[in-house]
Design a protein around this ligand. Structure first.
Ligand code: FEO
Length: 173
């Protein structure tokens, strides 16, 4: 049986993943407003990925007989200074999420909850990919100077991001 402490912490993480979904949708809306449809598409796909992250914990908790509790999702920001600033904020957010996952894994180890730790290790690996993906976009945007031509090129490149599924990346579902 999952401990109440672990149950609370996983419920909190479901909320964090839903907030991530929301923040990327807000970034998609901001980029759509600038007619950067490729970048907005990338953010929409990222939002979908966050929904899958939330649902993976949701399904795992149900499998373990732990009670899922959904909490209110905070409103994300609406504006960023520039598309580069939005992607920089995305990178900062992923670094924050990595911290959350590491704290959860520490808790699972302390609680001797090996099954939960095993699930969390999937997220540990996933976060490496999450940070690397955004970091690469931030670096390219900076190299291109964040200006018109560079934005146009990145917008075209990011338009091809495929729809994520939970089996992609390390570990599978
Ligand atoms: Fe679910 Fe992007 O971390």
């Amino acid at each position: 049986m999952m401990s109440p402490k672990m149950t609370d912490a996983l419920n909190q993480q479901i909320n964090e993943e839903y907030f991530s979904n929301y923040i990327y949708l807000a970034m998609a809306a901001y980029l759509e407003d600038m007619d950067l449809e490729g970048m907005a598409h990338w953010m929409r796909m990222q939002a979908q990925e966050e929904y899958l992250h939330a649902m993976k914990i949701f399904d795992y908790m149900i499998e373990r007989g732990a009670r899922v509790e959904l909490k209110p999702v905070a409103a994300p920001p609406k504006e960023w200074e520039s598309p580069l600033a939005a992607f920089e904020a995305a990178l900062e957010h992923e670094q924050y999420m990595t911290g959350n996952i590491n704290t959860l894994a520490d808790l699972a180890i302390n609680e001797r909850d090996h099954a939960t730790n095993n699930v969390l290790q999937w997220y540990v690996t996933e976060q490496v990919e999450e940070e690397a993906n955004v970091d690469s976009i931030v670096k390219k945007l900076k190299m291109m100077g964040g200006g018109g031509q560079g934005l146009f090129m990145m917008d075209r490149e990011l338009a091809s991001r495929p729809m994520p599924t939970i089996v992609e990346g390390a570990g599978g579902a």
